[in-house]
Design a protein around this ligand. Structure first.
Ligand SMILES: O=P(O)(O)OP(=O)(O)OP(=O)(O)OC[C@H]1O[C@@H](n2cnc3c(O)ncnc32)[C@H](O)[C@@H]1O
Ligand SMILES: [Mg+2]
Length: 330
C-alpha cells in the first residue's frame, strides 16, 4: 500500500474509464491526490467541456465513500504537483496517458527527486471495442457506461440469410437500441467453395474487412466451408464462420457443423460447389439463400438462418465480454 498516490485528468462527463482509474488509485493508496484540469487548461479540448465546478461536483459525488482519503488540486498544466511534491509515491495512469507519467519521472530525475512508481490500467472499452472517452460522450456516440447510442452494422454479402441472421443477433444483443444493418457485395478473396479451416476463415475475414468503413461500429463477414473432421462418415463437415471487425480488431465465431451426404462430398472433391450440387439434387433454386441445405437435410428441424445466427452470436462473445478478451493489447 502506497502512502500517497496521484491521478489526474479533466474528468468531464465522469465515465466508467475514469471510475476504474480512481478506484485503482484507492485500492493501492492510503491517500490520493486528484488533479483536475482548470477551465482554462481544459478549454484546449474544445468549448463544450463542463465547467470545473460541475466536474468537481460529479467527482465528489462519486468519491463520497472515500471521504477523507483524497485531496483535490486544480491543474494548470499536464504535471501539476507530481513534478515538485516529494510526498507522492506513485501515479496511476491509463495506457493512453502512460507517456505523461514517464515524462514526469524524467523531470523528477533531473531535479534529483525519487522516481514515482507507475501503475498502468487498461483502457475501458465501449460496446464497439474502442476506448471510452469524454470526447466520444460529448460527440453523442456513447453514454457514460460506454453503451452505443445507435448500432450501425454492415454485412459483407447480399445473401438475405446472412443479413437476417446478423439482424436477429444484433437486435438480441443491443435490445433497447436502434440497430441498423446494411449490406455490401464484397470480394471474399477465396474460392467459391472454400475447403479447410484456413481458407474459410480467410474468406470470412476478407468479407468483414472489405465491407468495413468508418461510419459503422461493426462489419460482419460470413463464410461456409468444408473442414476435415476425423471419424465422420465422409471425412468432412460443413461449418460456417463469422468474422466481426470494428476497424481495429477481428473476432471469430463458428456455427454447429454438419455432414453432407457422401455423394455431395465426392462431387465437391471433383471441383463443384456444395450449393450447386444441392440445388440440382433438391430441385430448389438458390437453396443457400432460402431454407438452406441444413434445413433440407434436418427435415426442417434446423434452418439456415438459425445455423448462421450461431456463428454471429459466438463471434460476438468477445465484444460482450470486452474486459476479458479485448482490453489488454494483444
Ligand atoms: O476525451 P478526453 O476529453 O481526452 O477525456 P478522457 O475520457 O480521456 O478523460 P481525461 O482526459 O479526463 O482522462 C483522465 C484520466 O482517465 C483516464 N481514462 C480516460 N478514459 C479512460 C478509459 O476508457 N479507460 C481507462 N482510463 C481512462 C485517462 O487516461 C486519464 O488518465
Ligand atoms: Mg484524455
Amino acid at each position: 500500500m502506497y502512502r500517497y498516490v496521484a491521478v489526474g485528468g479533466t474528468f468531464d462527463k465522469l465515465h466508467i474509464g475514469h471510475k476504474r482509474l480512481l478506484q485503482t488509485a484507492f485500492k493501492i493508496g492510503k491517500k490520493i491526490l486528484i488533479g483536475v484540469t482548470s477551465d482554462e487548461f481544459a478549454s484546449k479540448k474544445g468549448s463544450d467541456v463542463d465547467p470545473y465546478n460541475l466536474r468537481v461536483k460529479n467527482l465528489k459525488k462519486f468519491l463520497s465513500k472515500y471521504k477523507g482519503r483524497y485531496e483535490l488540486k486544480k491543474l494548470n498544466d499536464r504535471y501539476g504537483p507530481t513534478i515538485y511534491d516529494e510526498k507522492i509515491d506513485a501515479i496511476v495512469v491509463s495506457r493512453e496517458t502512460e507517456a505523461t507519467a514517464h515524462e514526469i519521472n524524467k523531470i523528477r530525475k533531473i531535479k534529483g527527486m525519487k522516481k514515482l512508481d507507475i501503475i498502468v490500467i487498461d483502457m475501458v472499452l465501449a460496446e464497439d471495442g474502442k476506448p471510452i472517452s469524454s470526447t466520444r460522450i460529448r460527440k453523442g456516440e456513447i453514454d457514460k457506461e460506454g453503451r452505443l447510442k445507435k448500432v450501425k452494422v454492415v454485412v459483407g454479402s447480399k445473401n438475405p440469410v446472412k443479413i437476417q441472421a446478423t439482424k436477429n443477433i444484433f437486435k438480441k444483443i443491443f435490445k433497447d437500441r436502434e440497430v441498423v444493418v446494411d449490406s455490401k457485395d464484397v470480394n471474399s478473396g477465396v474460392s467459391p467453395q472454400p475447403i479447410g479451416i484456413e481458407e474459410t476463415i480467410t474468406g470470412a475475414i476478407n468479407r468483414a474487412k472489405n465491407a468495413y468503413s468508418q461510419e459503422y461500429n461493426f462489419s460482419v463477414g460470413i463464410e461456409a466451408g468444408l473442414v476435415e473432421v476425423p471419424k465422420t462418415i465422409t471425412g468432412f463437415m460443413d461449418i460456417q464462420w463469422c468474422a466481426i471487425y470494428n476497424g481495429e480488431k477481428v473476432t471469430l465465431g463458428a456455427s454447429a457443423g454438419f455432414e453432407y451426404p457422401p455423394f455431395v462430398i465426392k462431387k465437391v472433391m471433383e471441383g463443384k460447389e456444395v450449393g450447386e450440387i444441392m440445388e440440382k439434387f433438391t430441385g430448389i433454386k438458390n437453396l443457400g439463400e432460402k431454407e438452406g441445405a441444413i434445413s433440407y437435410l434436418s427435415k426442417g428441424l434446423l434452418d439456415r438462418v438459425e445455423n448462421t445466427e450461431q456463428c454471429v452470436l459466438t463471434a460476438m462473445i468477445p465484444w460482450i465480454n470486452r474486459d476479458y478478451y479485448l482490453s489488454s493489447p494483444r
